[in-house]
Design a protein around this ligand. Structure first.
Ligand SMILES: [Ca+2]
Length: 289
């Protein structure tokens, strides 16, 4: 019986020594591995296993060196010895090398457009551009009021040799009188269009003096006096601008007695009286429209 216990103790000690040798050999293997994969460990520092885990792994799980007799095989102790304790699990392997980059993926779908930004600050005014081409002519304007509405002119001459005095001189030789504003029956110009008029007369004086007045509505407004000289043919003339209203009358008349009635005309000497509208009174013309 004593010999049996000595054998069991020897087996246990042999197992313990074998386990201790395994532990001493592992660091050497680790050092060899470190030399090979040193670079890999540096690159994969993040994924390195914590030291705590290694310590826990290296801590041997102490087997309880107890030997229980096997009832099923009562002769096993005599024939072959006690079965060995199962070995410890090995250390986890180190991480492998990083794989090569895979092929480039397909282009993704366009993203959703962002929100519209705030309007920018108004920029400075740019320099003036070059002058453009002339534009097309505009449309023809509407037909206006005919200027013929404001026509008034006459030019007449004396046909009788010596007109009577103190009465309007009747000029019945017509150079122009289309509007018939000069009345050769009365010898007076009849103002139809209110406005500003110009009048002029050029008279031949012969056989005696001539004194002529230009009348406006029964009142003389201008005088011309020419003294006749024997064997001469003289001229007397005058001109005036008057503002007239519609209905006004203007004429020439010998002022004085017969000794001042030297106004004369024949085939080679005319005595003329002319007048025309310079411009109408627009305020009156507007009321006429
Ligand atoms: Ca004279």
């Amino acid at each position: 019986m004593k010999i049996l216990w000595i054998l069991l103790l020897g087996l246990v000690l042999t197992e313990q020594l074998s386990f201790a040798q395994d532990e001493k050999m592992e660091p050497e293997v680790e050092r060899e591995d470190e030399g090979i994969v040193k670079d890999r460990m540096e690159a994969a520092a993040d994924t390195e296993a914590p030291a705590v885990e290694e310590e826990e792994v290296q801590k041997p799980e102490g087997p309880t060196p107890s030997v229980e007799p096997d009832d099923r095989h009562p002769c096993a102790m005599w024939m072959g010895g006690v079965p060995g304790t199962p070995g410890h699990s090995g250390h986890p392997g180190r991480d492998g090398r990083d794989g090569r980059d895979g092929p480039k993926g397909e282009k993704g779908d366009p993203g959703v457009p962002g929100e519209r930004g705030e309007p920018g600050v108004k920029g400075d005014t740019g320099p003036a551009g070059p002058r453009g081409f002339p534009g097309n002519p505009g449309l023809k304007g509407a037909r206006g009021e005919s200027a013929l509405s404001y026509l008034s002119a006459f030019s007449v001459g004396l046909s009788e040799l010596l007109p009577p005095t103190n009465t309007p001189i009747r000029f019945n030789k017509f150079f122009y009188n289309d509007q018939r504003h000069y009345d050769d029956v009365t010898g007076k110009f009849h103002c139809v269009l209110a406005g500003v008029y110009f009048f002029t007369y050029h008279l031949t004086v012969y056989t005696k003096d001539a004194r002529v007045s230009l009348y406006k509505n029964d009142k003389p407004v201008m005088f011309t006096y020419d003294q006749y000289q024997e064997s001469n043919v003289d001229q007397a003339s005058g001109s005036i601008i008057l503002k007239l209203q519609a209905g006004d009358k203007v004429w020439l008349q010998i002022f004085g007695e017969e000794e001042f009635g030297g106004v004369y005309a024949d085939n080679t000497n005319d005595s003329t009286f002319s007048g025309f509208l310079l411009y109408p009174d627009m305020s009156v013309a507007a009321r006429r429209r």
